[in-house]
Design a protein around this ligand. Structure first.
Ligand SMILES: C[S@@+](CC[C@H](N)C(=O)[O-])C[C@H]1O[C@@H](n2cnc3c(N)ncnc32)[C@H](O)[C@@H]1O
Length: 274
């Protein structure tokens, strides 16, 4: 996408400025000018035209336009870049099927049957990945799905940031059922064989919690081994900055129980769902 660095993007206003500047400078190398063919095929396969659909980090929201053309009735798009959202609000002013929101996906509240992913995940700094899984799980209605594209390649500087199939398998395990995760068959030519099409369905019967890590004195490997040996804990992901941990469990796991399991090796606090 660019040589510009997005260094402090967990902070909403600097993240918004970063993307706003990209739109102002017309530096939008990610923009395909149309719906990506894999997403188009996926949209064509959705039978329920009244499905409640979210497109986060929507950019020019070509998918929303295409959804309306196909008869879908309930689409929300959200982006953090103000001037882009202004353009979208004008563009879609007569399309009641589309709600355009200016805001941070991570603060958005709602309930969706389907969330579409198109170069949003890879645009986020990697330390936000466990938070992305947590937020997606929250925003999906029971049995809802996320579907779209994820890169399966490395990049020198991000955004876009590198990602791999094995990373996604670990990150989304237990909170989602993997319906599809395979090399996309109909990518545009310069993304051919470098992106995966995925459709992950929300697992309803698990608790997905995010904790901030206040201090850590041991390795990620040791923490993972201890937590995964505990009754009911099904998956964990610690982010690249060791500042957040995602815990997927069969039952609610309290801060107290986690502290007991980890004694002085990790101090954490629950991040409340919005
Ligand atoms: C790489 S662009 C992709 C845009 C569009 N999905 C596409 O493929 O053309 C990433 C988009 O995510 C938006 N974005 C970044 N962080 C966001 C956040 N926290 N909440 C909502 N939008 C965000 C940016 O403004 C930008 O439009």
């Amino acid at each position: 996408m660019s040589d510009l660095q997005n260094t402090n993007t967990t902070d909403t206003s600097s993240n918004s400025n970063f993307w706003e500047n990209r739109y102002q400078a017309n530096a939008t190398g990610w923009d395909l000018g149309k719906v990506s063919p894999p997403l188009k095929s996926f949209i064509d396969s959705i039978a329920n035209k009244d499905a409640v659909i979210l497109i986060p980090g929507c950019g020019n929201a070509y998918e929303a336009e295409y959804l309306v053309q196909q008869g879908f009735t309930n689409i929300t798009v959200i982006d953090i870049a103000p001037s882009l959202v202004e353009v979208l609000q004008k563009k879609f002013v007569h399309q009641d099927q589309i709600t355009v929101l200016l805001g941070d996906f991570f603060e958005h509240v709602g309930s969706y049957d389907i969330i579409l992913e198109q170069t949003f995940f890879c645009a986020l700094p990697p330390e936000m990945r466990p938070r992305y899984v947590w937020k997606m799980h929250q925003l999906l209605a029971p049995n809802g799905s996320i579907a779209g594209l994820l890169f399966n390649r490395s990049f020198e500087n991000g955004p876009p940031f590198s990602g791999s199939k094995s990373e996604y398998e670990q990150l989304f395990a237990k909170s989602f059922t993997f319906k599809t995760l395979e090399v996309a068959k109909n990518s545009i030519s310069n993304r051919a064989n470098t992106e995966l099409f995925f459709e992950f369905q929300k697992v309803n019967a698990v608790q997905v919690n995010l904790f901030s890590i206040d201090s850590v004195t041991t390795s990620v490997k040791i923490i993972a081994e201890k937590l995964l040996a505990a009754d009911g804990i099904e998956n964990i992901s610690i982010n690249t900055k060791k500042s957040e941990i995602l815990i997927v469990s069969a039952n609610a796991v309290s801060e107290g129980k986690l502290q007991d399991l980890l004694s002085n090796e990790l101090k954490l606090s629950l991040i409340q769902k919005s």
